[in-house]
Design a binder for this molecule. Structure first.
Ligand code: NAI
Ligand code: MG
Length: 496
């Protein structure tokens, strides 16, 4: 395990301990006794083994969550006390920030600096932001005309939440779901991705330490079609919160329809990033390269379709190629690394397959274009920039979820709006211009849940996040997230 030697001792100890499910505040082995391998993508070696849960483990966890939802210790806990508990958990996460960052970095290949300064701090901020909401989930009084009535609404927790998260931002995705669910007073069964379950298991110990009543937060590790599918199908789960592929999202929606379970879906994207002729080119290039290469391009909102005004296209392309060639690709735990390995053998093959397809269909590689064995034994792929891409090519349509940019020229703003909006997805979009009218016109016209102007990949716990079209529905973050975890009840009191 060449790489994990660099990790702090606490991480070493944690990684090598047995990893069971976290149910009812206890560590519980899989009922089947089976485990699954967890890989370090920087070295392609087995990092550790983790319990392989199935329907039996899910049943236990959902039962624990249901019981906790009924218990007075949670149900009647004051909103303020709930907020204090959440804040305590955030403090513990901050205390263990370095450990959590190293764990995610080892487990899925995120560059350590990004974890330390980006995603783990964001997860902590998110928990604190949502802790504040616990005391602010208010109803309304309604001036009804139906007669002499006092009419008011209350927002009640939706019940037991089944949360299923992907591997690209393990801790952050967990906290996006836990934060709003806990603020609303729900209980949760969380299934992390099989590629990267470790930071969530580390978080579980902090949940105990913070003093949450047993059963409020449960974690079952395992594969999607086993543990994940059992959680989605469980009759006692009131709501499914899912982030992952559009394909699995659709199947979840179908299963949930039978019992009308609530569903929120954060799915894929093929986000357009538009560089206008009047853009500050230096900022636009570095922002757009961050837009596609951050986290190895394994981001649902990656700016993977880069549209550049024709008059600056050649110059922009040259600068993008230079930027990509100069990126430091290496072991995730190396503090100098700007781009780590992709998460798994499967993802590695998949991304290389898309690069081959791009070439076959006639696009031209201007930077990268292949695997990168000189970075190490892991799943390293070169930051890749394609030119001569047309809208109909596979690399311009499908989500690659890897470090591959498709760069295309455009001639007018209305033309680029139409081309940007052709996608079945609608998660995010970027715009680079110094003209305020163009900025507003594009922000207004693009079919996307988030539009960044002269920026890319900025996120905040207070700003709503989610997709248009096949990128899903529901908004995580901001007060909007609370709507996903509450039911509105309307009460009529006769005044006569
Ligand atoms: P996935 O959608 O299969 O996995 C995401 C989560 O869903 C994991 O926890 C997985 O165990 C679970 N899952 C899988 N099948 C399930 C099922 N039948 N029922 C319930 N849960 C299930 O995504 P995967 O295979 O890891 O990645 C494939 C592609 O999906 C990527 O290349 C990318 O294009 C896209 N993706 C998008 C993400 C996003 O943030 N929007 C995140 C991860 C993947
Ligand atoms: Mg792993």
């Amino acid at each position: 395990m060449e790489q994990s030697l660099n990790a702090v001792a606490a991480v070493q100890n944690f990684i090598h301990q047995p990893h069971h499910h976290y149910i009812q505040g206890q560590w519980v082995p899989s009922q089947s006794g089976l485990a699954m391998e967890d890989i370090d993508p920087s070295t392609r070696t087995v990092l550790t083994h983790v319990a392989r849960g199935n329907g039996d483990d899910i049943n236990r966890a959902v039962e624990a969550a249901r019981q906790a939802f009924r218990e007075k210790s949670w149900r009647q806990m004051t909103p303020q006390a709930r907020g204090v508990l959440m804040w305590k958990l955030a403090d513990l996460m901050a205390e263990h920030l370095e450990e959590l960052a190293q764990i995610d970095s080892l487990d899925m290949g995120m560059p350590l600096r990004q974890a330390q300064y980006g995603t783990v701090p964001m997860a902590i901020d998110h928990m604190r932001y949502m802790a504040g909401w616990a005391t602010k989930i208010e109803g309304e009084t309604i001036p009804v005309s139906a007669g002499p009535f006092f009419n008011y609404t209350v927002r009640q927790p939706v019940g037991v939440v089944g949360a299923i998260i992907p591997w690209n931002f393990p801790l952050l995705m967990a906290v996006w779901k836990l934060g709003a669910a806990l603020a609303a007073g729900c209980t949760v069964v969380l299934k992390p991705a099989e590629q990267s379950p470790l930071s969530v298991l580390r978080l579980a110990s902090l949940v105990t330490e913070a003093g949450f009543p047993p059963g409020v937060i449960n974690i079952v590790t395992g594969y999607g079609p086993e543990a994940g599918a059992a959680l989605v199908a469980h009759p006692d789960v009131n709501k499914i919160a899912f982030t992952g592929s559009t394909e699995v999202g659709k199947s979840i929606m179908r299963t949930a329809a039978d019992r009308m379970a609530r569903v929120s879906l954060e799915l894929g994207g093929k986000s357009p990033n538009i560089i206008c002729a009047d853009a500050n080119l230096k900022r636009a290039i570095s922002g757009s390269m961050l837009g596609i290469f951050m986290n190895q391009g394994e981001v649902c909102s990656a700016g993977s379709r880069i549209y550049v005004a024709r008059e600056i296209y050649d110059e922009a392309l040259e600068q993008m190629a230079a930027y990509a060639q100069n990126m430091r690709v290496g072991m995730a735990l190396d503090p100098k690394t700007q781009m780590g390995p992709v998460v798994s053998a499967e993802q590695y093959e998949r991304v290389l397959g898309y690069i081959a397809k791009g070439r076959q269909e006639g696009a031209k590689v201007v930077a990268g274009g292949g695997e990168m064995s000189r970075a190490g034994a892991g799943f390293f792929i070169e930051p890749t920039v394609f030119a001569q891409v047309t809208d109909s090519m596979t690399i311009a349509r499908e989500e690659i979820f890897g470090p591959v940019a498709a760069v295309m020229p455009f001639d007018s703003i209305d033309e680029v709006i139409e081309r940007a909006n052709v996608s079945a997805y609608g998660l995010a979009a970027g715009v680079w211009t110094e003209n305020v009218r163009t900025a507003h016109y594009l922000a207004h016209s693009l079919e996307a849940g988030t539009v960044w102007v002269n920026a890319y990949h900025v996120y905040d716990a207070a700003a709503p996040w989610g997709g248009f079209k096949q990128s899903g529905f529901g908004r995580e973050m901001g007060h909007h997230a609370l709507e996903l975890y509450t039911e509105t009840k309307d009460v009529w009191i006769s005044l006569q």
